[in-house]
Design a protein around this ligand. Sequence first.
Ligand SMILES: *Cc1c(COP(=O)(O)O)cnc(C)c1O
Length: 377
Amino acid sequence: MSGFVFSEKPIQIERGEGPYVYDDAGTEYLDFGASYAVTPVGHCHPEVVAAVQEQAADLLYVQASYGNGARDAVYEKLAAVAPGDVDNVWLCNSGTEANEAALKFARSATGRSKVVAAKRGFHGRTMGALSATWKSKYRKPFEPLVDDVEFVAYGDEDALTEAVDEETAALVLEPVQGEGGIHPAPEGYLQAAREVTADAGAAFVLDEIQTGLGRTGSLWACESAGVVPDVLTTAKGLASGLPMGATLVADWIAEDAGPHGSTFSGGPVVSAAAEATLSVLVEEDLPAHAAELGAYFRSELRAADLSAREVRGEGLMVGVEVKRGANHVLKQLALDHQVLALPAGRTTLRFLPPLTVEREHVDRVVDALTDVLGGGG
Ligand SMILES: *Cc1c(COP(=O)(O)O)cnc(C)c1O
């Protein structure tokens, strides 16, 4: 039964370097999905690989009640790049766990239970995070889920004002909805969410698991929106593909976050990978590069003769809504053009390449798409 929850994939990937992966026959693929944004600095970045190898030889694991240099370095690094005072760091092993912690901390710190989340939102697949996830396909077989979650239309400020009240522990939103189809927050929406939660004494939780780490053109998407949340979650590319998530919280949440823990919280090897990943992101100024290349990518897509409904996104988080099934297009891109990308729902192609990609890589993807989706409209 091994792997039974994943559908059959025709391509067997065995090696990666920069924006490329290679199959078992040595065929090179340009990886514009990066396995769901997991390689912000590219596959097998030499500094990340060296950090992991060195740490693995010293110590594979020690529990978080002991100090450890590799873990301390990640605490410091994340605190240094955190927005505002959201610099109290909890480390875990995945995105869903980061959100799970966010919801627990918010309930504990506010003494309230209600959670407001957005339609089309995605926050993970464990019971708590799943309860704040919209899609019924993900929810139905596992009900009943965690109680007291209310959904509002994403982008609707009045609905927020209506839903977030004195009983609300947390409002949880993605700055750009990823899984839901690459929908950036409308102008002013995140600011409104900030104000409404502050007025109600509720925690504003921003799920930056897909948007964070430079992807949208600033290290965190909330920075370009000019908003500081109370809780920010990150994961995906944080340790370049080793399992790590983090929940960053403001002081008022940290002071009364309640008992929480995890055996593997901030293990030395993943910590070494995260420290190296964050260093490369900052030193190579990859958020600014993502802003520039993302703008180029979207303008080339819009200029190309594609049969598509819309091009959306921010930075190197790019969606192309097509007029037929996304999976069919993705298969053609992969098999005929050796370009890997992802779906976001039934009809949206999702591109989350390493932030290190250059114009030549973007050009190749646009050419491949023009071939597959050519023919105007
Ligand atoms: C991927 C994702 C998650 C879940 O992360 P996992 O590591 O798969 O548990 C949560 N929120 C968002 C926005 C994501 O993109």
